[in-house]
Design a protein around this ligand. Sequence first.
Ligand code: COA
Length: 388
Amino acid sequence: MSTFAKGLEGVVAAETRMSFIDGEKGILEYVGIPIDALARNSTFEETVFLLWNCRLPKKAELVDFSAQIRSRYALPGDFRKRILDMPKDAQPMHVLRTAVSSLSLYDPNPNATDVPTAREKALNILAQTPTIVAWFDRHRRGLPLVEPRSDLSFAANFLYMLNGKEPTPAMVRAFDICMILHADHGLNNSTFTARVIISTLSDMYSALTGAIGSLRGPLHGGANEEVMEMLNEIEAFAKQQGKDTSAVIEPYIMDKLARRHEGARIMGFGHRVYKTIDPRATFLKTFSKQIAADTGNLKLYEMSSKIEEIMAREVGAKGIYPNVDFYSATTYHSIGLKLDLFTPMFAMSRISGWAGHCIEQLADNRLFRPKANYIGPHEAPYVPMDQR
Ligand code: COA
C-alpha cells in the first residue's frame, strides 16, 4: 500500500552529500561544516567548491576554481542585445528565468548530461547569472551596461556591474556572506524541481530554469521581497495614522495573526523543516544589525527585531520562528539592492546548490515518477454533446 503525503511532507526522495539540516535543533551544515563557520570564514567561491567536491579546496585548487568562475562572467554571442530588447518593466525573476533558459541557445551541445560536461555547464551558468541580473537592472534604469571584470570575485563583480563602481570591501563581504548562506538547503522545493527535471535526462538549462520558476513563489524564495514589502507597509501605515512606527507594529502583526486561518502570513516566519530559529537567520540577525547600523538603516533592523519578539511571544510555541528571508531583507536593503532584486540574489547563489544536486542526481539517476491517488469517478458515461 502506498501512503499519501500531501506536499511530500516527511518523504525522503533523494540522497545528498551537500547539506544537512536538523530542523528541531536548528542545525545547517554544508558537507558537515556548520553554516555559521562557513559564513564567518569562507567565501562564496570556496563554498561552491565545497558543495561540488564534498571537501574544502587546497589553496591552489581554490585559486584555479575561482579563476574558472571569473573567466566565464561574459555572456555569449549577441546576448547583450537580448537583454537590451527586454521590456524595461519586466520583473527580474521572469527575466532571469527566461535568460537562463535562452543561454542554452548559444550552447552547441546543450543536452549533454554526462557529469563532467554537466559541471562545465553549471560553472558557466553560475558565472553568467550575475551578469544577466546586473545588466537587466542597468538596462531598465537606462544606464550603460558595465562589462564584467575577471579580476573581481563573484560578489564584487556583481556589485561592480550593478552600480558601475567598485563596491567597498564591507559591501562585498556582506553580499558574499548572503551568497554563502543561500547556496544550498536540502531538498527544498526548487532543488527538488531541478532534480525532477534532470532525472528525465533533460538538460542543465531546463533543470535550472525550472528551479528559478519554483523559487519565485512567495512560499519559497519570493518571501524575502515580501518581508521588505511588509516592513514598508508598516511604515506607510504608521505615517497614515500619524504615529511612530514602533506604535503600530504590534497591532499590525496581531491583526495578521488573527487572520492566519484565512491564509494571512507574517512573511519571513515559519518553515516546513525548521521548528526552531533557522540557523541562517541567527547569523543574519547579528550581521544585519551591523550592516544596518553602518548604512543608516537601523530603524528597519529595530522593526524586524520587534516583530520577532511579538512572534516569539504569540506563536513561538508552535515552532514558528524567523527563517533566512526575514533578516536577509534588511541586509539586502542596507546593501542598497532594490526590492525586486532580492529573489534574483537568492537564485544567483542557489544555482550552486541546484547544479550540485543535478550532478548528484546524474551520477546515480533514477527517474522521479511518484503516483497520485485518483479521487474522481469510475466508469462514467460519455455523454453526447447535445445531452450535457
Ligand atoms: N505567519 C503566521 N502563521 C504562520 C506562519 C506565518 N509565517 N507560518 C506558519 N503559520 C501557522 C499556520 O497558520 C498554521 O497555524 P495553525 O496550525 O493554527 O493553522 C501553522 O503555522 C502551520 O502552518 P503551515 O502553513 O501548514 O506550515 P507549512 O509547513 O506548510 O509552512 C511555510 C511553511 C514556509 C510555507 C509557512 O511557514 C509560510 O507561509 N511562511 C511565510 C512565507 C515564508 O517566509 N517563506 C519562506 C520559507 S524559507
